[in-house]
Structure formats: structure tokens, C-alpha cells
Design a protein around this ligand. Sequence first.
Ligand SMILES: NC(=O)c1ccc[n+]([C@@H]2O[C@H](COP(=O)([O-])OP(=O)(O)OC[C@H]3O[C@@H](n4cnc5c(N)ncnc54)[C@H](OP(=O)(O)O)[C@@H]3O)[C@@H](O)[C@H]2O)c1
Length: 284
Amino acid sequence: MNTSVIGILHPGHMGAAIAAQFVANGHTVLWCPDGRSAATAHRADQAGLHPVPLVEFLRQSRLVLSICSPAAAEDVATDVAHLEYNGIYVDANAISPVRMHRITARLTEAGAEVIDGCIFGAPPGGHPPARLYLAGPESARRRVADLLTGTLAEPVHLGEQLGQASAVKMAFACYQKASRALAALAHALADDLDVTEALLAEAERMPRDILANRDYLPSVASRAWRWAPEMREVADTLRAHQLPVDLALATAEVLQRWHDNSPVPTDSPTAALRRLHGSNHQER
Ligand SMILES: NC(=O)c1ccc[n+]([C@@H]2O[C@H](COP(=O)([O-])OP(=O)(O)OC[C@H]3O[C@@H](n4cnc5c(N)ncnc54)[C@H](OP(=O)(O)O)[C@@H]3O)[C@@H](O)[C@H]2O)c1
């Protein structure tokens, strides 16, 4: 394999671990210390990365990966576009497809070739293994995948359509992040009510394939009429224990409107949910 110069913006936990995979493959990896913390500098150093100012970083790198924070992704891309970077730019952040398209437009105008990416799994070496989804022009995707050959970061090709990697990340995160927050809330409530042991016993028995089991969704729709008031009871209980009620009330609201807008039992649950967007939020 030919060695390359690759740039990482920025070496956080994930970025540094991915960068280390490139280094292990014999590539030179650059990073930009401007504005970054001592923790990032330490990770970069441990991963064997070379510090250079942004102008020099973009001049040398033929491939740049943006792996930072969703809140910073667009500003990072804009800074790169302002400096007329014209190599391959992979945005691997958890951002919306709309933001991804804006970033693509800006960078393409500056002369770069853009790949829409996203990362699943733990930083390489952890579990589950990291998977880097790639969507965009095939030759650029192949280039990124080649550079990762034999490493602990597995490339996954999603085709030519930019926005698809961001889309799969958004669909997954919609469930994964909310369910983690709900689990924390459930445990806070159980601790306060002194029923943690019983909660854990029931948790062990519950289905583990909630997101994978799409066929169960009609069942949710048919119970929405009953689950909405149950979630309002949950909200009352959370409130009584000075815990945040927002997620419980929002779930009750969606379930109620899902029921109110789905008079046809055979209706597809996903079609019914789509119709809810923009329907009236009623005070209950
Ligand atoms: N960690 C994981 O297990 C995991 C799993 C899947 C996907 N990812 C993806 O990986 C990306 C990064 O996650 P991470 O875990 O590596 O995060 P992290 O450890 O918090 O690192 C974030 C990096 O971005 C930099 N950064 C923060 N704010 C910035 C700003 N305003 N402008 C420029 N740089 C900024 C940080 O630098 P300073 O702190 O030095 O400012 C740091 O180097 C995310 O998009 C996430 O979706 C991570």
C-alpha cells in the first residue's frame, strides 16, 4: 500500500483511535493544536500524530477526516473551505443530512471532494468494533477504505448518495441516545422508590431486540391509547421525585397523537407517525 499524509480534525477519543489505525498502517497523520486542549494534545501524542498549523495541515493532507463534535462540525468544515482545501474531506460526525449537504456544498465549492461518513461502535480496539460508514463518490470511498485495510476500523460502503451515512446515524441515534437517557431516568426513579432490584429483574426479562423488531410496531400503535395515560402517570411519579418529566410527557404526547391520528388499525405505524408532524399539540 502507498503511504499517505492524512489529517484528523480533531484527535478526540474516537479521532485519535482512528488516527492510530492509519499510523499503524504506515501513514503520516497530522493534527492541528490551535485552540485544542491539553487532553487532545496528549491523545495526539500517544497516537503518534504530528502537530501542524491549519494552513500547513491542509497543504500537506490529501485526506482530511473531521471527527469532532456535532456542534462543531459545520464550523470546522467552514474553516477548511475558507482555506480552499482541495483534497478528500470525510465528515464522520453525528450530524443531520441537511447539515451534511450544507457542508458538502461549501467544501465542494472550495474544490474538495466530500465523503459523508459516520461512525458506529467503540473507538478501535474497544467493543463493539468501530465501523466507518461512507457515502459519496466511489473512488474517494475506495481510497478511504484502502487506507484502513487490515485495521480495527471497518469501512462500510453506503453508495454514492451523500447524506446516507448521516441519515443512518440519525435514525440509530434517535433510538440509542433517547433509550440510554430513559434508562438513567428509570434507575433514578427506582433508586428513589427503593425498587432497583425488582427493576433489574424485570429488565433482565424484557426483549433485547426493540429496535431490530420492526414487526412489533403495529402492536405499539394499537396500545397507544393506553400507553399515553400510563406515561402521564410516569410523569407524575417523576415530578413527585424531582426528576425531569420532559421525556415522559413527550412520549405521552406522541403516543396520544399517534392514537388520535390512526383510526385505521391496519395503518402502517411509520406512515401514521409521519402524519403527526405538524398536527396540533393539545394541552392535556
Ligand atoms: N467515542 C465514541 O465511542 C464514538 C462512537 C461513535 C461515534 N463517535 C463520533 O466521534 C465524534 C467525536 O467523538 P469523540 O468521542 O472522539 O469526542 P471527544 O473525545 O469529546 O473529542 C472531541 C474532539 O473534538 C474537539 N472539539 C470539541 N469542540 C470543538 C470545537 N468547538 N471546535 C473544534 N474542535 C472541537 C475536542 O477538542 P478539545 O476537547 O481539545 O477542545 C476533541 O479533540 C462524534 O461525532 C461522535 O459521533 C464517537
